[in-house]
Design a protein around this ligand. Structure first.
Ligand code: UD1
Length: 383
């Protein structure tokens, strides 16, 4: 059996790494790794391959940045001949980025079977490109691996047959569980992080268009962060999208640059291990990322999410996450509550145990065996 994994953007790498590792001992499974190149910087891509122990991609499509439509189209154009030549039994796609949907669409047109890792998540906000990517990928997928019970319920409501859906747990947490000890070791050895080892701080990441693409919103958020930093220093590793938007703002819209009391540390995007260590030790995290809502829940670190909704509601019902929306007064209030020693207490959601990828591997091996017995094919050429 041959499996092609398609990855493209930063959050894909943490999800694919444990699945590739769990399938490695299965000699009957040949694995091929395709990187679409949606993320291409050393800081956004190759450092993750190194730190996560991912094998170098067998193919890199070099798609790069463009409008979402062009990015989708370019990925499909460049991926089609690769998948047609490889003609795998299964294409595994991850998460909800543009590369995920593009790969699912091309695979279905070629008659290839598709497995979706992290299926069934819904924010119910169709203005987010990721929500459309999730909905369409799940409609196409033949095997859907879900992280939590709510995801199974969404898929059932959308008419996906139950026999295609497997509740396996959270693969992103597999990576965290594996690498946390190494991250802690590096934290002590890394001189750049020393200043943060002995003082409380807030860690911030923001890159969603709803937060950073409108100058007025970005200015409001940055001014609030500057204000918060007067009582708690803020470390803000800047995503390239956010960095470009900040560069575009005229200086008079950046009062925090002149604020002498502000302790706002804008830094380059960090590697997985440094960022994980900083999360683990943070007093609180402010974010609009999906994965970070989950990682803080696992770590028990208070998380304030600058979004109106989340596709990961277990982080609210079970975890340490609170949805702030775009209400900056609420952000101040919740930060003050945490600093007063009253953070939201969380618990660990079901199956966030570091073994989700092993469950996926077991299912794939069983499926292969039962198909061999019945003589049914995985993929069938349609052209
Ligand atoms: C993408 C995903 C998002 C994910 C995020 C994580 C989609 C629709 N969005 O958003 O779900 O949370 O990645 O990072 O797929 N850029 C660089 N270097 C890079 C990559 C990007 O400078 O290596 C710049 C590009 O020039 C572009 C901007 O960052 O202007 C945005 O990149 P893009 O991949 O389009 O979307 P993200 O906002 O990163």
């Amino acid at each position: 059996m041959k499996i092609v994994h398609v990855v493209g953007a930063r959050p894909n790498f943490m999800k694919a790494a444990p699945v590739i590792a769990a399938l490695k001992p299965e000699r009957q499974i040949q694995q091929v790794l395709v990187h679409t190149g949606q993320h291409y910087d050393q800081r956004m891509s190759s450092i993750f391959f190194t730190q996560l122990g991912l094998p170098p991609p067998d193919v890199n499509l070099g798609v790069g940045s463009a409008s979402h439509t062009v990015q989708l189209a370019q990925t499909m154009l460049r991926l089609e001949p690769v998948l047609a030549e490889q003609f795998p039994d299964l294409v595994l796609v991850y998460g909800d980025v543009n590369s995920t949907l593009a790969a699912a669409l091309v695979s279905s047109r070629l008659g290839l079977r598709v497995g979706h890792v992290e299926a069934g998540l819904r924010s119910f906000d169709r203005t987010m490109p990721e929500e459309i990517n999730r909905l369409l990928t799940d409609q196409i997928a033949d095997l859907l691996f879900t992280p939590s019970q709510d995801a199974n319920q969404h898929l059932q409501r959308e008419g996906i047959p139950a026999e295609k859906v497997f509740l396996v747990g959270n693969v992103m947490i597999d990576t965290l569980v594996r690498l946390l000890p190494q991250a802690m070791q590096q934290w002590h050895d890394n001189r750049d992080l020393h200043p943060w080892q002995h003082q409380p701080y807030a860690l911030v990441t923001l890159h969603r268009p709803s937060n950073v693409d409108t100058p007025a919103m970005l200015t409001r958020i940055m001014a609030t962060l500057a204000h918060i930093s007067e009582s708690l220093p803020v470390i803000f590793p800047i995503h390239p999208r956010t960095s470009k938007r900040l560069d575009d703002l005229p200086l008079e819209h950046k009062p925090w640059c002149m604020d002498t009391k502000a302790r706002l540390h804008l830094v380059e995007p960090l590697g997985y291990l440094d960022f994980l260590a900083l999360q683990r030790h943070a007093t609180l995290v402010i974010t609009d990322s999906g994965g970070i809502q989950e990682e803080t829940t696992f770590l028990g670190v208070p998380c304030l999410t600058l979004r109106e909704n989340t596709e990961r509601p277990v982080t609210l019902t079970h975890g340490s996450n609170i949805l702030i929306g775009h209400d900056m007064n609420r952000l101040h209030t919740e930060v003050a509550r945490i600093l007063a020693g009253q953070p939201k207490q969380g618990a660990l959601p079901m199956l966030w145990d570091g073994h989700a990828a092993e469950r996926i591997a077991t299912i794939l091996v069983e499926q292969t065996a039962s198909r061999r017995e019945t003589g049914s094919l995985w993929s069938q050429r349609v052209v």
